[in-house]
Design a binder for this molecule. Structure first.
Ligand SMILES: [Zn+2]
Length: 251
């Protein structure tokens, strides 16, 4: 999961090709890599897209032939991705690792809140039906900000560094990052994960304010703030992509 936190140099936007199979057309993004030795196809769960990486010297023709030869595999992998869950009444979404049923309460006051229903926890939202999805997303982002700000402040205090501003993102490539201005960016989707995962990411990014790398010194500092970093990384590796099933994707 280290990959998710690496600060990569900016790359040019990837070209793409389209391949057809069994009446479907798949868009395949192309990425040339000087370090790659062969053509590789990947179906990414978080972004639900297809990526073909190729050595810088490979031809577009060979990439297309490779993708066409594996079009059946692409279709099967895409079909096997977990179903998307919209933020709609009667749908369930995790919040701090616990499933919550979404309930529309058009006639009540307030915007959104949680309560314990007869069958388990609920997220209740008011307003018009067409605004339910946005209100649920806004509610989750507010909760994410609250938890992330508290966790960042706590870890910063332990390290004796000034607290950092928190910004929320919905990028699929990384859960957290820190900007050159010292602001810490996080995916709002961390609020869907168990609380310790959000806490770990906050510790990880706060540790980066002292070490802008993944050196042994960085990991030592991260483990001082969050001892079981390996377990959190392992959780993200297994379940991270699943957090992108919920609600609409934004960039
Ligand atoms: Zn990192």
């Amino acid at each position: 999961m280290l990959r998710l936190f690496e600060r990569r140099p900016p790359t040019a936007p990837a070209a793409h090709i389209e391949v057809a199979h069994a009446g479907e057309v798949f868009r395949v993004a192309l990425k040339r890599l000087s370090t790659s030795r062969r053509l590789t196809l990947r179906v990414r769960a978080a972004t639900r897209d297809v990526l073909l990486t190729m050595p810088s010297r490979s031809s577009l023709k060979s990439a297309r032939e490779f993708a066409e030869r594996h079009a059946g595999w692409i279709g099967a992998r895409l079909a096997r991705l977990p179903r998307l869950v919209a933020f709609a009444p009667a749908a369930a979404t995790p919040l701090r690792g616990v499933d919550h049923l979404i309930v529309h309460r058009p006639h009540e006051r307030g915007a959104a809140w949680t309560e314990l229903g007869a069958d388990g926890p609920l997220i209740c939202v008011t307003g018009e039906a067409r605004h339910v999805a946005r209100r649920v997303a806004d509610f989750l982002k507010r909760e994410a900000r609250k938890d992330l700000e508290a966790a960042v402040a706590r870890h910063a205090k332990r390290l004796g560094v000034p607290p950092r501003r928190v910004a929320l993102r919905d990028t699929a490539s990384r859960w957290g990052s820190c900007s050159s201005t010292g602001r810490l960016n996080f995916s709002w989707r961390l609020i869907l994960a168990p609380p310790e995962i959000l806490d770990y990411l906050a510790a990880h990014e706060v540790a980066h304010t002292l070490h802008m790398n993944h050196s042994p010194a960085f990991w030592k500092l991260t483990r001082r703030l969050f001892p079981d970093a390996e377990r959190a990384e392992a959780w993200l590796k297994v379940h991270g992509a699943g957090l992108y099933r919920f609600g609409a994707r934004e960039e």
